[in-house]
Ligand binder design. Structure first.
Ligand code: KG4
Ligand code: ZN
Length: 352
């Protein structure tokens, strides 16, 4: 079974050929990071236009690298939700045109769920009911996974996604976009003190499996730049906020490490709480850009080891957005008999 995956939901134009759901025969990712860097984040209209320019060359490369012809494809999988509508529509148009002209099925794939298929690429590990953890720039969700396509959401962020928080924290510290990898790198530098400042770890009550990252972001802002000056109350002495240390390179490094420690701690707390409640699960499946983070990887590996669980986490190149994960989940859906028509629509939100 040879499936072509197409991914254009955010700022990566990607196409990949995957055989039998697991073997990556080719994977091409054209990143737009440089285009958006000067704005400090993804600009939707610019993203759509960049996808238009990159789509056909990326498709050609994916087919050429795979050493196959278009006639060898059994199905076309497209990440049709969630994401930027204008961007999804570019990949969707290409996918529909191929499906129609080749006469092969079109399969719509949920991008967030596809992140959980990425860890199975290139490995033979058999799926078992699992705790699914998606940690990306747009989503932070914990699932019970009874199969790769049977997901029950247990909790998710009520405000910022964890990757978004990393990126905003990096912007506060004056680091380039996307900031997640920069914060990770600084935190690993010799001398980095992850206890330099005590930042809040959100818990949201003792029963919640939801997460929150906006308070942590504000706390970092205050630690880095100081609190805003409180308004003067007539007849009372002016309140002067406490001064904060200068943002030297060492201070930036320590704030980055302190932020990373608090952000990962909040995730770890909820993962452990979810596993306490679902103690029949013997596998943990992780995906999304933040699964590339070194502290996330070591902490989740520790939890899996302590609980005797199998940890399925993508290779670094499959953590961030790619089309191999779309083709992989598309293959699972294809094998289950799932088919979509040319009336498949782009949807801004995830299915669950
Ligand atoms: O999954 P992804 O490519 O896009 C979405 O579907 O959102 O994730 C991108 C996110 C960005 O926020 C980026 O800063 C973050 O993943 N990221 C990291 C690391 N590598 C990528 N965050 C922390 N540490 C990293 N090493
Ligand atoms: Zn993603």
């Amino acid at each position: 079974m040879i499936v072509l995956g197409i991914e254009t939901s955010c700022d990566e134009t990607a196409a990949s050929v995957v055989r039998d759901g697991r073997e990556v025969v080719s994977s091409v990712v054209a990143s737009q990071i440089e285009v958006h860097q000067e704005y400090g984040g993804v600009v939707p209209e610019i993203a759509s236009r960049a996808h238009e320019r990159a789509m056909l060359p990326v498709l050609d490369r994916a087919i050429a690298d795979a050493g196959i012809g278009l006639g060898d494809l059994d199905a076309i999988a497209i990440g049709h939700r969630p994401g930027l509508i204008g961007s999804i529509l570019v990949g969707m148009s290409a996918a529909k045109a191929l499906s129609w002209s080749l006469g092969v099925p079109l399969i719509g794939v949920d991008h967030v769920h596809a992140h959980l298929a990425a860890g199975f690429l290139g490995v033979e590990t058999a799926f078992e009911p699992a705790l699914g953890v998606v940690i990306s720039g747009g989503h932070t969700t914990i699932y019970r996974m009874d199969s790769l396509t049977d997901l029950t959401r247990l909790g998710s962020t009520i405000d910022d996604a964890i990757g978004e928080a990393f990126d905003k924290a990096a912007a506060i510290l004056g680091l380039p976009y996307p900031g997640g990898p920069e914060i990770d790198r600084l935190s690993r530098e010799a001398g980095a003190d992850d206890r330099a400042v005590e930042l809040p770890v959100s818990r949201l009550g003792k029963d919640s499996l939801d997460l929150s990252y906006s308070g942590l972001k504000t706390a970092l802002l205050y630690a880095a730049k100081g609190k805003p000056t409180p308004p003067r109350i007539p007849g009372k002495p002016a309140l002067v906020p406490e001064p904060v240390p200068e943002l030297t390179p060492d201070r930036v490094r320590d704030l980055a490490a302190s932020f990373q420690r608090a952000a990962v701690r909040a995730l770890v707390l909820k993962v452990e709480r979810a596993l306490d409640r679902h103690d029949d699960l013997k596998m943990m499946v992780v995906g999304g850009g933040v699964s590339a983070n070194s502290l996330v990887r070591s902490e989740l590996a520790r939890i899996a080891r302590e609980r005797g669980m199998v940890l399925v986490i993508p290779e670094m190149k499959h953590c961030v957005d790619n089309a191999a994960m779309i083709a992989s989940l598309g293959s699972v859906l294809f094998a289950q008999g799932h088919r979509d028509g040319l009336d498949l629509v782009a949807v801004p939100t995830t299915a669950c």
